[in-house]
Structure formats: C-alpha cells, structure tokens
Design a protein. Sequence first.
Length: 317
Amino acid sequence: MYDIAREDRMMIRKNRHCKRVITSLAVIMIISGCAPASAPIQGESPLKATIQPSGTPARATATKFQGPSVTVALETCEETRGRLVEESYTLLDGQSEADVIVYLPPCYDDSDEDYPVAYFLHGYPQDQGHWIELGVIDSYEALLAGSRIGPIVLIFPYQPEPYFTQTDGGPSSMEELLLEQLSTEMSQRYQISQHPSERAILGVSRGGVWALEISMRHPETFDVVAALSPALAYNHPRRAYDPFEIARSTDDLPGHIFISAGDREPQFANEIDRFADTLERSGISFQYLQHEGRHENSAWGAILERVMIFLGNAISK
C-alpha cells in the first residue's frame, strides 16, 4: 500500500529545507553489478504535437541513436510533429473507463511495421497530462529531429483509484490493469511492438514505483524502465511486490534500468540510494542520475533530455 498522508505531510514540510544552501553537481553513476506527491504544475510547456480526438559517475552524453527499428527512414519523413490522440481504456470491471493520451510520431501512418512503445506513468495526484506538461513531447521531438532517438509511440494513461495508491501489485492492482487492460487495448488499436526490448515503462514518484514493480515482475513485457524520484519511502508493499525484494531474489530483470533522485528531496533520495545499493549488491546493472532539485516538476523537467536519451539508446531490437 501507499502512504498518501505521510507523503502529503512531507510535501508540505519540504519548503522548510529552502534555507539550506546545497550545491551539487548532477552526475550519472553508471553502475555495473559484476565487480508520493508530485508538486503542483508550475506551468505548461507548449505542445508541438497536434491533438486528434479519439476515433479518428559519468556525465550524460548526447549519443546518436543507432537507427530506428521501424523502416520509415527519418530523412524521408517530411513531418516535423507527431499527433496526440485522446482515448480511453477499459478498467478491470469491464465497464468503467479511464483516459489515456497516445502520441504517434511523425509519419506514423507511413509504415505497416510495429513501433517501439513507451508507457509514461504520472505521479500523485496528477493525471495523464503530467509528463506532457513536464515537456516530454518537446524533448522527444527535439531529439527525433536531431536523429538522437527513433520513432516511438508514447502512451500516457490516467491511473485511477483505487488501483493507483490503494494496491501494491498482483490481481486487481495497477499492475493487472496496465498489463491486462491498457496494454492489450493499445496493442489492438496501434502498431506497437510486443518484443520486450522495444517496450519501456517510465514513471514519476508514485508512478515510478509502479514502473519498477511492473517491469521487475514482468521483464518479458518490459526490458526498459525509468523511475524518476520513485516514492519508495512511502511504499509499503507485500514482499512479492516489493522492488527491494524482487531485486534480491532474481536476476531475471529488465536489461535497462534508470533511476534518479534530487539533492533536495532527502525523504525520497535516502530510500532511492538504498535501492541503488540493493541493485548493486545483487549484481544488477543500472543507471543512477543524481541531480539538483526537490521533489517537483521543475526538477523532473530539467532532466527530461537525459531520460529520453536513455530511452532512445535502450529501446531497440
């Protein structure tokens, strides 16, 4: 289960840390094992995509994407903007629905092959627009224009209650909802790959916890996972659904794992550090970005380019 009340209290108290002067260099520690509530939206980034209604220790480096798996050559695509489709998907009761936004990359209709796909899970108490408001579409399209990432279908679901904060995994949880309902329906409607190396799941805060839990329990579905400031400190799951316990008990995990923490979110960062230590001791390769900022949108928005470069380099055949 998820401790909402405690997380809300910590978000209220976080401003008390503002008087401390903290200077830190943002670093990524690429470690090889073989040796909570999001802040209110501060403002929306203008979308470059068009909206279509439903029914129609190292420094981050700008590495070139090694080539899209889809045969649409980027240099022959004259479109510069993708499009957003507002959809809904069916909940586990078979009747209720939740909103989802689907981003289709430029020239999506010019190929009959399946595209890599990435699911983006919002934080608490945000909605399906959280990542878009952070600027992920702008970041993705800028990298795509520079051939630093390939064509990917991006999916932004709303995670309704009680699945989102009142469950920890397994039957009748956000895990089952995403795998059995959302993923199934999106695969029926769009040209998206079923190969785990072409499937990613990313999350912020509480969504980051779900991204870890779902991918670590289902590496046959998602080989790529990124968790930005995962709210592990407020997560109280049963052992079978605990990312710490999963990391200790198996080496059958996603091949590409990215986690991040800000230098001014100690209530979150301390547990994220402990999770990084657990991964390292278990011999699991991962990337850990320690950056400036609190548990808020401005900090996550500032690292989006590095997150998307990680995604572009990881999600391929």
